[in-house]
Design a protein around this ligand. Structure first.
Ligand code: ZN
Length: 403
């Protein structure tokens, strides 16, 4: 095996607020793409997204198996749509492999929406802590299965998986004693690791990013293991400065609500295509003649009537609730009650109507401040319709108080 060396400089993690400290669950406006956006933005922080030259998106919960996830992820991250993006169906071994084979400016994201939900994003480059591939073994032990139709089954033999799956694969790699194991339960990880292995809240593609984040926060270096069933990837983590940013609100019970039966609103793909960039990038059209912003973009300027071509300019994410309403009447395809908010964005004068997210319906008032976050607005005829939700500061204050 040819040894390669890359460094990691930034790690971002994201967890939905819903669930308990052991496992999180996605809200009805989150999926593998929205979690990937949250983790990617946490990794970037204030850094310009133009430093990202390559995105690797690993998940086993892609909302669209025929394609389209990558475009939504790039838009949510604020990356140019010319950035190379690869969607890989896999778990933590695929993520660790992608990190070890990354080039300068590669963002590797693992995202899990089914089971224990969460996402992690690792920015690779020339500075930071080194990650060097140390071994790989690909073996089949499909104890849990899920086919293209979503049918799943569980062979339910943890001992077989442990002895003939994980341990046999570890033996083939010369029994490395890792300092962290991603993709295993805390108990199983403890049995194959040396010392106090970090407890991880996910076991899918995102787990290795959570493991690397925990290790660099401890200042630890050594062998790390990524596991998915009987497939393993092992790498050596060196020392170095890595900035870890966690978008991890403390866990709270998911609010109840009723999903109203009946057909949801159908989609117009031509309208979807026209709205895509402005909507997913949260960008307004700026009038070439008078500078008036319109969101969503309009053909004719509402201020001066100009019909000149407009340019898209990013809108501020912070805003204030201008008006609030909680809807209790069941709407087919939606969970009610839910709260909608008209948010005034910064001092742009632009107002947008979005749903409340990350907070109990009805828990926001006029004048409350917060930020717009990338969310699933609806799924129409199988098409995830992304946009933004309003995450009030009060929800975060409540979360900090609970921590
Ligand atoms: Zn104008």
């Amino acid at each position: 095996m040819i040894a390669r060396m890359i460094s990691i400089s930034r790690i971002g993690t994201a967890l939905p607020p819903w669930g308990n400290e052991g496992a999180r669950t996605v809200g009805d406006d989150e999926d593998a793409v929205t979690l990937a956006v949250a983790a990617g933005l946490a990794a970037l922080g204030d850094t310009d997204p133009s430093i990202i030259g390559d995105v690797v998106f690993v998940s086993r919960d892609f909302p669209l198996l025929e394609g389209g996830n990558g475009a939504a992820l790039l838009a949510g991250l604020g990356c140019d749509d010319g950035v190379r993006i690869r969607e890989i169906i896999g778990g933590s071994p695929a993520v660790l492999d992608a990190i070890a084979h990354a080039t300068d400016g590669t963002l590797v994201i693992g995202s899990d929406a089914a089971g224990s939900a969460g996402a992690s994003a690792v920015l690779c480059g020339r500075s930071g802590a080194t990650v060097e591939l140390a071994g790989r073994v690909t073996r089949s032990m499909p104890v849990t299965t899920r086919d293209a139709r979503g049918n799943s089954s569980d062979y339910a033999d943890p001992r077989l998986l442990r002895e003939r799956g994980v341990n046999e694969s570890l033996a083939r790699l010369g029994d490395p004693r890792p300092i962290a194991a991603a993709g295993l339960s805390a108990r199983e990880a403890g049995s194959v690791c040396d010392g106090n292995t970090p407890k991880l809240v996910t076991t899918g593609a995102s787990a290795i990013g959570f493991a690397l984040a925990a290790l660099v926060e401890q200042g630890a270096s050594g062998t790390v293991l990524a596991v998915e069933q009987a497939t393993l990837v092992v790498a050596r983590l060196g020392e170095g400065n890595v900035l870890v940013t966690r978008d991890e609100p403390p866990a709270r019970p998911r609010p109840g609500g009723q999903l109203a039966p009946g057909a949801s609103v159908s989609i117009s793909l031509s309208a979807y295509e026209r709205a895509f960039d402005a909507k997913l990038r949260l960008a307004a059209a700026e009038c070439a003649d008078c500078g008036e912003l319109s969101y969503p973009p309009r053909h004719r300027c509402i201020e001066c009537g100009s019909e000149q071509p407009t340019t898209l300019v990013p809108l501020p994410r912070r805003g204030e609730a201008y008006s609030v309403a909680t809807i209790r009447v069941p709407v087919p395809g939606l969970i009610s009650p839910y709260t909608v908010v008209i948010v005034e964005l910064g001092d742009t004068g632009v107002r947008t109507l979005v749903r409340l997210t990350g907070a109990t319906p009805g828990s926001v008032a006029i004048g409350d401040t917060g930020r717009l976050v990338f969310r699933l607005v609806a799924v129409r005829q199988g098409v995830p319709d992304y946009g933004y939700g309003f995450l009030p500061d009060s929800a975060q204050a409540e979360q900090k108080g609970a921590a």
